[in-house]
Design a protein around this ligand. Structure first.
Ligand SMILES: Nc1ncnc2c1ncn2[C@@H]1O[C@H](COP(=O)(O)OP(=O)(O)OP(=O)(O)O)[C@@H](O)[C@H]1O
Ligand SMILES: [Mg+2]
Length: 258
């Protein structure tokens, strides 16, 4: 059995008129323990909704979803989510925000502080440990959220476009840090993005989604060593393949052989 098993999931929400709107249909996906998987697709295709179902924040309208063989009915403290909007506590400073996640996991006092400082260094925010979220740029807030999530060394890490607000240099650096931590600790990572380059650079498997209604149209295995050189030919071949996929989105369901 796979770590995450999604079978024939559908999800609908009421629209403004109160009619049920199909947001996801016929979603089938198996995710193995330790896999790095990207959900890739345009705005509105249901990426966040699918991630929220896996993270236990929403319940499917139809179908079944299990993690470690158990139905997902609520968020699990071993599974950490990094949201699109950072989710920081404005009343805690940067260090306090990172410490909070550790305390929630039972790591207290000096041990929590040392670990929090280690992860703040990783995201380059050591000098801002005493700042409060409203004193930070959007990118810095997201780096705090990333440090807080990684510090607890989660079993599953759900990341919803975590780098979208960052400048390119910070984004590249954090992509490499996430890859390095993934290789060291092997959490299962579900990473939502609409950036094709990011998906191909990070993921072992890219799940391509399309909207109206949201569904999975293809999955592509990325067989490259990690981390790989950003200029490497294999990477651009996969990039081309994904670009082609978005043009051929309604074509037959077979995978490309590269
Ligand atoms: N709680 C909700 N109530 C009603 N409709 C919703 C709700 N959450 C999502 N939707 C609708 O579901 C669709 C998919 O939304 P979702 O946020 O999953 O897309 P997404 O792929 O994450 O998009 P983006 O890239 O813009 O973040 C959208 O049409 C959205 O309006
Ligand atoms: Mg989203």
């Amino acid at each position: 059995m796979a770590k995450i098993e999604i079978s024939n999931i559908a999800k609908s929400f009421p629209d403004v008129q109160g009619n049920e709107l199909d947001v996801l249909v016929d979603v089938n996906l198996q995710i193995e323990a330790g896999e790095f998987l990207c959900l890739l697709g345009p705005s509105g295709c249901g990426k966040t909704t699918l991630m929220n179902l896996m993270a236990g924040f929403e319940q499917p309208t139809k179908g079944s979803l299990t993690i470690d063989g158990l139905p997902v009915s609520q968020p699990n403290p071993k599974h950490i989510t990094i949201f699109q909007d950072y989710g920081l506590f404005p009343w805690r400073n940067v260090l306090g925000n990172v410490v909070f996640g550790l305390e929630a996991k039972g790591i207290k006092g000096k041990a929590a502080q040392v670990k929090a400082e280690e992860y703040l260094e990783l995201v380059g925010l050591t000098n801002f440990a005493k700042s409060f979220p409203n004193q930070l740029s959007g990118g810095m807030k997201q780096r705090v959220a990333i440090a807080r999530a990684l510090a607890v060394e989660p079993d599953i890490l759900f990341m919803d476009e975590p780098f979208a607000a960052l400048d390119a240099f910070t984004r590249y650096r954090l992509q490499d840090e996430v890859l390095r931590i993934w290789q060291a600790k092997k959490p299962t990572i579900i990473f939502v993005t609409h950036d094709i380059d990011e998906a191909v650079y990070l993921a072992q498997r890219v799940v391509i989604m399309s909207p109206n209604p949201g569904r999975i149209t293809r999955t592509i295995d990325i067989q490259l060593p990690r981390p790989c050189d950003r200029g490497e030919a294999g990477l651009s071949a996969y990039r081309q393949k994904v670009f082609r996929e978005f043009e051929l989105i309604h074509e037959d369901g077979t995978d490309y052989a590269i």
